[in-house]
Design a protein around this ligand. Structure first.
Ligand SMILES: [Zn+2]
Length: 328
C-alpha cells in the first residue's frame, strides 16, 4: 500500500493522532471526487485495526487483523453506503449500525466505521447519527467521507475532526500519472477526468482516449448530417462505461468558449480546437446554452432507470437540429 503523493501531508496528520493517543471519535474527510478520499480512509482504518502497525503509520498487511480486513470479514470494520446507487442512506441502516455498536469491539484495538458518501444520509438518518455522536461508544472511530460537505448537518460537522483535501497542483498529478501509465497525453486525460487523478489513471488503463476520439468524430458527423442521430444513439447505448454525457458537455462548453478569443489551455479538449472553431461559426449561441442545460438535466437521470436510448436520441437530435439552423 502506498500513499498518493497529494495525500501525504494529511497522512502525517492522521499518524500524529495515533502517535499522541488522540485518535478522534469522528473524522470528516472532504475534497473533490477522485482524489482518493476513500483509499485514505481505508488505509487509516487498516492502520487503526492492525496488530503491528509500521513505523510509517501504515498497516503491516499480514497480521490476523490485516488479513481479515483484506478478506472483507473484519468484525470491527463496517463500511456504510446507500443500499442501491442513487438512493440515500436510511434511518434503518443507521439504527442497525448503532445497535451493532452497543456490543464491544471483537478485538483489542479500535473499531472503524466508514460512511461514504456521508451527505447521502437522509434527514432522519442524519439526526439518528447525530444522537450517536452525542454519546459515542468506546474505541470506535467514525470516518465520514464527502465531496459535498455543505450538505451535512452543521451539528454533525462540528463534532468531527476535519480533514479537507485540496485539489493538487496539475504538475504534481501529471508527474504521478506519468509514473503509472505509458500514455503520453496525461494533461488531456486529466482534463477529461475533470481534474480527478484516479479517474484519469482509470481512463489511461481503459485506453479511453481512442474511444473518445471516435465518439467526437461521430458527433462531428452528426453536425454535418452525415450520420443519423437515432442510429448513433443505438450504437452509443452499447458504450455504458463511457462518460458520453460528460464528454458532450465538455464539447459544448468548449464550443461556447471558442466564440471568444481563448487560450487553448483553457479548453477541456485542446486537441480538438480546430474542429470546434470551425463548428462554432455556424451555430446559434443561444442553442448551445440550451443544449448545455439539457445535458446537465439529463446527466442527473443517468443513474436512474430512464430509457437511455431515448435520452441519447433527444440529445443528439437537438445537436443535429442546432447545426441545421443558420445564424441570421
Ligand atoms: Zn497488520
Amino acid at each position: 500500500m502506498s500513499i498518493l503523493p497529494w495525500l501525504q501531508p494529511h497522512w502525517q496528520h492522521l499518524c500524529a493522532y495515533s502517535a499522541q493517543n488522540r485518535v478522534p471519535q469522528a473524522l470528516l474527510i472532504s475534497g473533490n471526487k477522485g482524489l482518493g478520499k476513500l483509499q485514505r480512509a481505508t488505509h487509516y482504518a487498516a492502520a487503526l485495526l492492525c496488530n503491528n502497525p509500521q513505523q510509517s503509520g501504515l498497516a503491516c498487511d499480514h497480521c490476523t487483523s490485516c488479513l481479515l480486513l483484506k478478506a472483507q470479514s473484519h468484525p470491527d470494520f463496517i463500511q456504510l453506503q446507500p443500499i442501491e446507487p442513487g438512493k440515500t442512506i436510511t434511518i434503518d441502516q443507521i439504527r442497525q449500525l448503532i445497535s451493532r455498536l452497543t456490543l464491544k469491539p471483537q478485538f483489542e484495538s479500535f473499531r472503524v466505521i466508514i460512511i461514504d458518501p456521508a451527505e447521502l444520509m437522509n434527514k432522519a438518518a442524519a439526526n439518528a447519527f447525530l444522537k450517536y455522536l452525542e454519546e459515542p461508544t468506546e474505541r470506535t472511530v467514525m470516518i465520514l467521507i464527502t465531496d459535498k460537505p455543505t450538505r451535512l448537518l452543521a451539528t454533525i460537522v462540528s463534532r468531527c475532526q476535519k480533514i479537507a483535501i485540496n485539489q493538487p497542483d496539475k504538475t504534481i498529478i501529471n508527474a504521478w500519472l506519468k509514473q503509472h501509465t505509458s500514455q503520453e497525453d496525461t494533461s488531456l486525460l486529466l482534463n477529461l477526468a475533470q481534474g480527478s487523478p484516479l479517474l484519469a489513471l482509470q481512463y489511461a488503463n481503459e485506453n479511453i482516449l481512442s474511444l473518445r476520439n471516435e465518439c467526437f468524430e461521430t458527433w462531428i458527423n452528426i453536425s454535418q448530417q452525415r450520420m443519423h442521430p437515432v442510429i448513433v444513439a443505438e450504437n452509443w447505448l452499447k458504450l455504458a462505461h463511457a462518460p458520453l454525457l460528460t464528454w458532450m458537455a465538455t464539447w459544448v462548453i468548449d464550443l461556447i468558449k471558442c466564440r471568444y478569443p481563448i487560450n487553448v489551455d483553457d479548453l477541456y479538449n485542446p486537441d480538438k480546437q480546430d474542429y470546434l472553431i470551425a463548428l462554432v461559426e455556424k451555430i446559434e449561441p443561444k442553442g448551445l446554452y440550451k443544449l448545455y442545460d439539457l445535458l446537465l438535466m439529463r446527466q442527473k437521470l443517468m443513474d436512474t432507470t430512464i430509457n437511455k436510448q431515448l435520452l441519447y436520441e433527444e440529445l443528439l437530435i437537438t445537436w443535429s437540429d442546432l447545426n441545421l439552423r443558420k445564424i441570421s
